[in-house]
Design a binder for this molecule. Sequence first.
Ligand code: AMP
Length: 312
Amino acid sequence: MHQRSAHRSLLVIGSVALDDIDGPFGFHKDLLGGSASFIARVASYFTNKVSVVAVVGDDFPKHHIDELTALGVDTSGIERKAGETFHWVGKYAPDLSTRETLDTRLGVFADFAPKVREDQRDAQLVLLGNIDPTLQLDVLRQVRAPALVALDTMNLWINIKRDELLKTLAKVQTLMINDEEARLLAEEHNLRRAAAKILKMGPTSVIIKRGDAGALLFHGGGAFAAPAMPLADVKDPTGAGDSFAGGLMGYLAYAGDLSPATIRTAMIMGSVMGSFAVEKFSVDGLRDLTTPRIQQRFDELAELAAFDRVRL
Ligand code: AMP
């Protein structure tokens, strides 16, 4: 194992939200959600150098933040402001394969101006979780010289803030999005072609998350596919993408290098953490994970994808 002190620091910006989720397992109200909630919790299993910049309203239950703090996450950059916490309402199809956003209430995010503290500006890894691209750019302007900046986004921002998103995208190394969003952003249905178009927008690598079909990485060096764990019980896909991102970036922080081999392993770690997230509602599938459990699922995934290179 690596020395903890050797870990790289990871700065996360994103939403900390309350979600209402409807679907085949009923209606659930005021669940803890938000990109940063999933990312930071997941990354905390790999490194104790995770810090978050976000905002919550005065209606936000304090215990959610206390839990993150107890996991070793620096939560002092989560501001509490008068007003409503970011609230997302989504509805899943009976087979959980698609979802629809029924409502997005920005609340305190509407006039949020993220402040990156002096001690956070030297973060080595930066994950700009799904949030208004203008805020993502705002954070980027405040950090000094990160080794890697990754950005996640969603259809809402591609649709309503395309120009701002393109500006932000030009300044990051890695874009992580789902297949539907990649098609929307690139205006191209074929994913390989969509990825090639996105790579011309600035990032040097693009990761396309495909739910239970796994994730694809495209970069100058070619492509890599990470399978998704075939699960018998899926309850709530919310946060799968963020947990993937948290696992990937958390592992990169843990490993301390950005070699192609490490990035491949990080993709698998992303898939492992996404699989835990969907087994329960909200962040419940990510509670009380242990290194042996994470290791076991990592090994299962390695076994699932292992094959011999035969010569015909
Ligand atoms: P994922 O399932 O990984 O795409 O992430 C779902 C989470 O994203 C939910 O917990 C929501 O609270 C959050 N979310 C949904 N819409 C937005 C948005 N427009 N901006 C920021 N976060 C959002």
